[in-house]
Design a protein around this ligand. Structure first.
Ligand SMILES: [Ca+2]
Length: 242
């Protein structure tokens, strides 16, 4: 009985490290916007950064591609950064996400046609670009072409709720949309293990607001194994003494 009680106390004292990967990718049904509410996939223009883990989205399905069915009204008419700052975006795309743990490292890269301003929790992370070159803002980000995405650091965020906001601007007609792709590694060595729940069932499912994988780090198994070995050693010592 005394050995059993000692074993329980040893297990509680073992630190358990858990890491959760939070995906921050644009896609249909993920996040929201201030025009229609629902983000939808759009046809990718040949000059845009191709779809990957993330997908180009807009507030309507017919604003993308080479000849969009619905032309978003121009709002970006100035190349003056001061005037640009006062413009109302054509659409704002929101991506709320929750970080379960206190130690967070990550980043997200944003593309837009024609350009976009990026905010995190209401604070500007990167301004829109008023200069136009080859289909969208350029040559500097944030534009639509490969190499014109802007990577925003998500390092050091506290645990809890956060919101990425992308204020997108349309210019010179044509297609309109945004894409963003990234992730955050969220970990906390002090928290007890959480139940990961049953495995996902196969077949098509609606994508969640932010998908996440949750698994103990390899170091956790080492710690647990070390604790068990110590426990066995103590038990054997006690058996020899009795
Ligand atoms: Ca455009």
């Amino acid at each position: 009985m005394r050995i059993a009680i000692l074993g329980v106390s040893l297990c509680i004292a073992i630190p358990v490290a858990y890491a959760t990967m939070i995906d921050i990718n644009s896609g249909p049904g993920i996040g929201s916007n201030n025009i229609t509410g629902e983000n939808v996939a759009i046809e990718v223009h040949p000059m845009w950064q191709p779809n990957g883990d993330a997908v180009w989205i807009s507030f309507r399905s017919d604003t993308g591609g080479r000849d969009p069915g619905f032309v978003v009204p121009d709002v970006l008419g100035s190349m003056n950064p001061a005037e640009l700052a006062g413009l109302t975006p054509s659409a704002i795309f929101f991506h709320p996400f929750t970080l379960p743990s206190a130690i967070n490292t990550g980043a997200v890269t944003v593309w837009a046609d024609d350009t976009a301003r990026v905010l995190l929790n209401g604070v500007e992370q990167f301004p829109a670009n008023g200069r136009q070159s080859e289909a969208c803002a350029g040559p500097d980000p944030i534009g639509c072409r490969p190499g014109r995405g802007q990577t925003i650091s998500l390092d050091g965020l506290p645990a809890g709720q956060h919101t990425l906001a992308i204020e997108a601007y349309q210019r010179n007609g044509g297609p309109f949309g945004v894409m963003y792709q990234g992730s955050v590694d969220s970990r906390d060595v002090a928290e007890p293990p959480r139940d990961p729940g049953p495995p996902a069932s196969p077949g098509p499912v609606s994508p969640p607001a932010s998908s996440a994988t949750h698994a103990p780090e390899p170091g956790t198994y080492v710690l647990l194994g070390g604790g068990l070995i110590a426990l066995l050693g103590l038990a054997r010592q006690r058996i020899r003494k009795t």
